[in-house]
Design a protein around this ligand. Structure first.
Ligand SMILES: [Zn+2]
Length: 132
């Protein structure tokens, strides 16, 4: 599966990760999927940062605990041609590698972007899928 993060989406994630530092940020990836001849391609075009409800200990994988935010984003993009293609979160002062919990909660077909962020800013952005 090929994943393309455009400039807007990576800038939005970087800003969110820097603003939340040293806490974690998380949000939704919006984009388009093009399925041709079995080889999926996903384009990430925009992101939406999740409201930081749990100050200081918000975790990437808490989306299922916040269905209202997901619902609001679904309503917002209805008819726009965009769809929810995955999620992102930051790892403050940690590598952009999924934790065991991150991996366990990955849903096939969705993209998971992880940003490594330090006091100097975002040092790495990587994307993962349940298949990879
Ligand atoms: Zn994580």
């Amino acid at each position: 599966m090929e994943i393309n993060l455009n400039k807007i989406s990576s800038c939005q994630m970087e800003e969110a990760a820097k603003a939340a530092y040293p806490g974690e940020c998380c949000g939704i990836l919006l984009g388009k999927t093009a399925k041709n001849s079995g080889k999926g391609e996903i384009e990430v075009l925009e992101t939406r940062e999740a409201p930081n409800l749990v100050q200081g200990e918000q975790k990437s994988t808490r989306f299922e605990a916040n269905p209202l935010f997901l619902y609001q984003v679904e309503r917002e993009i209805e008819g726009s041609g965009l769809e929810i293609v995955g999620f992102y979160h930051s790892h403050p002062d940690c590598e952009a590698i999924p934790s065991r919990e991150d991996t366990e909660k990955m849903v096939p077909g969705l993209i998971y972007a992880i940003l490594s962020v330090t006091a100097d800013g975002v040092v790495d952005i990587r994307t993962f899928t349940a298949e990879s």
